[in-house]
Design a binder for this molecule. Structure first.
Ligand code: AMP
Length: 300
């Protein structure tokens, strides 16, 4: 695996592989991350391997997607350990740029340039759920993802279903801005407790991890209510919420059902596959998770 940090080095590393005999049409798969890697990230790398000949992983903690008072400064940065696990997982190129490589004209200019590109605006969906709690987060996220796509120019890009709203917005953005790029969705990787893996889980001590594990349990209660007991959407939400009533240490922000095709709330007339979203703060750590739930009439 080659580790590169500038745009020129990145292009050279990819071209070097393309120039090998018989590699002219080589396909590139890209996995963008913020580092502090765990098995969820590595599952994306393995998935990328299945689609392409060359796997590029980026590690970049994007200042544009963190709000004032969020954890940009203390976000875990573990580049050496990350490089070792990426090499073992079969990544070919690790792109670990500095802020000035990603935003050569500065962060303010990048923001202004993105504001002039409607496809990089997260719009109404970007103001709900995570976007309501983290104003500007999704615009900053779309800006960096588009910039990284421009730098890497991949054929495939792999994202985790864990960040469902992010994935929805990236798919929408890529459809117009990068029409030849295939966006691949990778399933959520969980701890044995059910807790969705996250770089932010490093902030949690044993007691907080126990509390955090209740989020996925609540989602599963909602799923069982719908898929086993035939509950309609509002009752499935109630069942999941009730599961968290005995867990005051998890400060629930939202628990809601959306239509994955629009990311809008569903009502009780909805049938088909919905997405139950949850966000809660445990200690000072914001955690998110989601689960697909199938609703079929007649409801109980
Ligand atoms: P992050 O480093 O948190 O920005 O995440 C980088 C990528 O890894 C995103 O596409 C995330 O959705 C994905 N990811 C993070 N956690 C998980 C997980 N537990 N399972 C699957 N994908 C994940």
């Amino acid at each position: 695996m080659q580790t590169v940090s500038t745009a020129a080095e990145l292009t050279a590393a990819i071209d070097e592989e393309r120039d090998l005999p018989g590699c002219a049409g080589l396909k590139v798969a890209f996995v963008p991350t913020m580092g502090a890697l765990h098995d969820g990230h590595l599952s994306l790398v393995r998935q990328a391997r299945e689609y392409a000949d060359l796997v590029v992983v980026s590690i970049f903690v994007n200042p544009l997607q963190f709000g004032a008072g969020e954890d940009f400064d203390k976000y875990p940065r573990t580049l050496e350990a990350d490089a070792a696990v990426l090499e073992a997982a079969g990544a070919d190129v690790l792109f670990a740029p500095t802020v000035d490589v990603v935003y050569p004209d500065g962060v303010e200019a990048a923001n202004a340039a993105a504001a002039a590109r409607p496809a990089l605006q997260s719009g109404a969906v970007g103001k709900t759920f995570e976007g309501a709690a983290r104003p500007g987060h999704f615009d900053g996220m779309l800006t960096v993802v588009a910039r990284l796509f421009e730098l890497v120019n991949p054929d495939f890009a792999v994202f985790g279903a864990k960040d469902a709203q992010q994935l929805f917005l990236i798919k929408r953005m890529a459809a117009t801005e990068f029409p030849d790029l295939h966006i691949i969705e990778a399933p959520i990787v969980r701890e044995t407790s059910g807790l969705a893996m996250s770089s932010r889980n490093r902030y949690l001590d044993a007691a907080a991890l126990e509390v955090a594990g209740q989020l996925s349990k609540a989602l599963n209660v909602g799923k069982a209510a719908a898929e086993t007991l035939g509950a309609k959407p509002s009752l499935a939400v109630n069942a999941a919420r009730a599961r968290l009533e005995g867990v005051p240490e998890a400060k629930l922000d939202y628990l809601a059902l959306v239509d994955p095709s629009s990311f809008e709330l569903i009502d009780d007339s909805f049938t088909g596959r919905a997405l139950m979203l949850i966000a809660a703060v445990v200690g000072n750590t914001r955690l998110i998770d989601n689960l697909t739930i199938d609703f079929q009439e007649p409801f109980a």
